[in-house]
Design a binder for this molecule. Structure first.
Ligand code: C5P
Length: 232
């Protein structure tokens, strides 16, 4: 599976998103569309970005009863996205149903990636609000293991967790990793960050990069710098 840089297009209008993507005249970056843009603009923005030749990671983090997730995944697979995701907390049964829904009649399907514990959840919140009393790292690995058992392709995690995920679930199991910043860049609200180069060293398969590219004075140069550090 090829390593790639996924640009998080965290905008809330199609206009802003397409204006941003118009900066890229030579390359077609892999694009992440999240809830904000999808809820604002609907499936048409996915179709439009696909028409422009980009690969798409649709980050909608599904979590519901297995039958509902299966049907929703079937709709998403018709949108021709390349990667989508769900919450591993929905159980193995939900993840298996998602895989069924996602698989097209010709056997092809988008990659399916699980969110383990959100990075906004810390040990204290997990124990207090979710009544999960195991160490957070153990919970993350358990969810990753479940995702693999359900036949998923990988997990969203910190680059710092990539080595442990690969050790637990195998080298082929994908790690899709946000929390990436340049050495000389602003961290924003991300706490545990790594550079694209470090993410490569740690074995991440895809890095998800938002503000260091979208807010850069020269987004194309920032994107190219990510590719140089992470892919080349
Ligand atoms: O701007 P920044 O590079 O921080 O954007 C990272 C992207 O990855 C955002 O779209 C954010 O929602 C997403 N993300 C994350 N941490 C997770 C899961 C997703 O930062 N654990």
């Amino acid at each position: 599976m090829g390593k790639d840089v996924i640009v998080a297009c965290d905008f809330n209008t199609a206009e802003e998103t397409l204006r941003f993507l118009n900066n890229f005249t030579e390359e077609k970056p892999y694009v992440k569309i999240g809830m904000e843009l999808f809820y604002a603009e609907g499936p048409e923005i996915v179709r439009e970005i696909k028409r422009r030749g980009h690969k798409i990671f649709l980050d909608l983090k599904l979590h519901d009863i297995p039958n509902t997730v299966k049907k929703a995944m079937s709709v998403l697979s018709r949108l021709d996205v390349d990667m989508c995701n769900l919450h591993a907390a929905g159980t193995v049964a939900m993840m298996e149903a998602a895989m069924e829904g996602l698989t097209r009649s010709d056997g092809s399907r988008p990659l399916l990636i699980a969110v383990t514990q959100l990075t906004s959840t810390d040990q204290e919140r997990m124990e207090r609000d979710l009544l999960i009393n195991e160490p957070l790292e153990k919970v993350v690995m358990h969810y990753a293991f479940n995702a693999r058992a359900a036949g998923l392709d990988g997990v969203v995690c910190s680059p710092l967790e990539s080595p442990a995920v690969h050790e637990t679930c195998g080298k082929e199991f994908l790690t899709v990793t946000p929390g990436v910043r340049f050495d000389d860049g602003d961290k924003g609200d991300q706490v545990r960050v790594t550079t694209p180069e470090k993410a490569k060293e740690l074995g991440s398969d895809y890095i998800v990069v938002g503000r260091p590219i979208t807010q850069a004075e020269n987004p194309v140069a920032a994107y190219r710098r990510c590719v140089e550090e992470f892919v080349d």
